[in-house]
Design a protein around this ligand. Structure first.
Ligand code: SGN
Ligand code: CA
Length: 525
């Protein structure tokens, strides 16, 4: 359901004082070079929809440019597959139970806590945050910010400015966020200071509203249906009880824009409100494009498999169109950085707040610790002189970004940060003692899409998950034999040793990261 997004400004979080206080005064570092950071994060952009990861579906030449000239992480994961939590992990370098932001629905980020942008300010950086923030409190640690309220809108979106005002900007959100970012880089920052800019796109979040010029794009393409599109969820109760199925939960009007007078769904009003933001000419062009598709759809009265596959194709097309504007805009920002001579001394990061299902298991959305949504794309263009190039296989997580940026700034990495710096990997090193497993914990339940609470551990081959709260179910996967996680082998004869090993590792990580859940559900092995 569409939720009313509330303005962060109304919340009694933290005053603007912190932004201008002594915190932002530069401190001397040990003479280390300070690299700039350009961090680009889209919303819900998954690796299957980036051609440098997967060339079945779309072409993303500009994102591929980062991967080809720089590095591409192929084992990149989040700590909690949801927007607000991922953003909080990125800003703090800590798991959700430590930064306090566990879920979108009830989360309010405590901006008075230690964050990476604040630590960067202390060593002389100028910091900026532009686009989707989604932490339900006033941004702290940024010299400049301009954010979308809540999820934001695609067309003529409102932004919240530092003086607490809500301003409506004219245009398409992905272009606007890029324009504002380039404007800050070119005209607003103090060019004598190192900088870190966080460019947070609203795209590719639901509902996928294409830029006008791309309405016709991908319309002739038939997308390959994932092999497990018709998953029956045998032996996986949480997977069976979700509400994120393309067939049963995706709304043709809201998600696929197939509106026709007389047809309604609970989300029709939200859809019409979004379209109503468009300029008149755009609105006309929009309906001119979608009306014939909608008419044909309602006439044909598709059912069952035909309906499921029709919805899948439309979903893929809409998502792909939105992605195209993201790719263009990343190209535009890269071109600016190159022209401005900034690339040599800058780390450029492109990532998403989590992965997404493109029909795998029959789904859209994210949340589960299964590969598609536990994964997040991550490509980086290291500064000149860094030897990292090509594919990086080490397991990395979004709690690692904060220590990485701090190391590049010559700042001390506080001992309570739980992530590890990726700088050695960017330098082309492969430390022998790199982490061998990852911890995950998802909390947002009961909630939209009905994905049950769970935590788990993944190593290079196995994954053990515990779904808890209103159920008590364990799942174990052999990712080598079963990469699409269709066969839960937990409790099957022959898995005792592996289960014990993974359970022990899970218990170890819960202690290392100090997750209080371990007191509620003590692990037995
Ligand atoms: C909205 C979406 C959901 C989505 C959540 C979380 N519904 O509530 O489909 O899972 O955001 O997404 S919508 O009707 O408002 O589109 S997140 O990326 O922000 O975590
Ligand atoms: Ca997201």
């Amino acid at each position: 359901m569409k939720k009313t997004s509330y303005s962060p400004i109304l919340l009694p979080a933290i005053g603007l004082a912190a932004l201008n206080s002594a915190e932002s005064k530069a401190q001397t570092t040990n003479g280390q070079k300070q690299y700039n950071i350009v961090y680009i994060m889209t919303d819900d952009h998954t690796a299957q929809m980036m051609s440098c990861y997967d060339n079945r579906y779309v072409s993303t030449p500009n994102l591929d440019r980062i991967a080809n000239d720089g590095v591409r992480f192929v084992n990149s994961f989040v700590a909690n597959s949801l927007s607000g939590p991922s953003r909080a992990c990125m800003l703090t370098g800590k798991h959700s139970h430590k930064n306090g932001f566990t879920n979108n629905e009830h989360g309010v980020f405590d901006g008075s806590q230690q964050t990476m942008p604040k630590l960067l300010q202390k060593v002389g950086y100028q910091t900026a945050m532009i686009g989707k923030y989604h932490l339900n409190s006033t941004p702290t640690g940024f010299d400049y910010w301009k954010i979308l309220p809540g999820q934001g809108e695609y067309y003529n979106p409102d932004f919240i400015t530092m003086d607490g005002k809500r301003v409506r900007e004219h245009g398409y959100v992905t272009n606007l966020i890029t324009d504002m970012s380039i404007d800050w880089l070119e005209n607003q920052r103090n060019k004598n200071q190192p900088f870190a800019i966080f460019v947070h796109h609203k795209a590719c979040h639901r509902i996928w509203m294409s830029e006008m010029k791309y309405l016709n794009e991908y319309e002739d393409k038939t997308f390959e249906i994932p092999a497990n599109f018709y998953d029956d969820y045998a032996n996986r109760r949480a997977a069976a009880e979700q509400e994120m199925s393309i067939f049963k939960d995706m709304d043709p009007i809201y998600d696929l824009h197939l509106y026709q007078e007389g047809k309604t769904s609970p989300l029709t009003r939200s859809y019409l409100n979004m379209v109503s933001r468009m300029d008149e000419a755009d609105k006309e062009a929009w309906y001119r494009f979608y009306n014939p598709i909608a008419n044909k759809f309602y006439q044909s009265n598709l059912q069952g498999k035909e309906l499921a596959e029709f919805k899948f194709q439309r979903y893929m097309r809409e998502y792909a169109k939105v992605t195209k504007s993201v790719d263009d805009n990343v190209g535009r920002l890269l071109d600016y950085l190159e022209k401005a001579g900034l690339l040599e001394n800058t780390l450029v990061v492109y990532t998403s707040d989590q992965g997404f299902y493109m029909g795998e298991h029959g789904w859209f959305d994210k949340r589960f610790m299964y590969e598609e949504s536990f994964n997040t794309p991550l490509v980086m263009l290291p500064p000149k002189g860094f030897k990292g190039k090509g594919v990086i296989k080490e397991m990395v997580q979004n709690i690692d970004y904060a220590p990485t940026f701090l190391e590049l700034a010559g700042a001390k990495i506080p001992s309570d940060i739980q992530g590890v710096s990726l700088v050695p990997l960017l330098k082309g090193e492969h430390p022998k003692n790199w982490r061998k497993s990852l911890y995950y914990h998802f909390y947002e339940y009961p909630a939209e899409h009905a994905v049950k609470r769970h935590y788990g551990v993944r190593d290079s081959r196995y994954k053990l998950i515990h779904f808890y709260n209103d159920i008590d179910e364990w799942e174990l996967y052999d990712l080598k034999k079963d990469p699409s996680e269709m066969h839960n082998i937990y409790g099957q004869p022959g898995t005792e040793k592996i289960t014990k090993r993974m359970m022990k590792e899970l218990a170890r990580l819960q202690v290392v990261y100090d997750d209080p859940i371990r007191e509620k559900y003590p692990l037995k092995y």
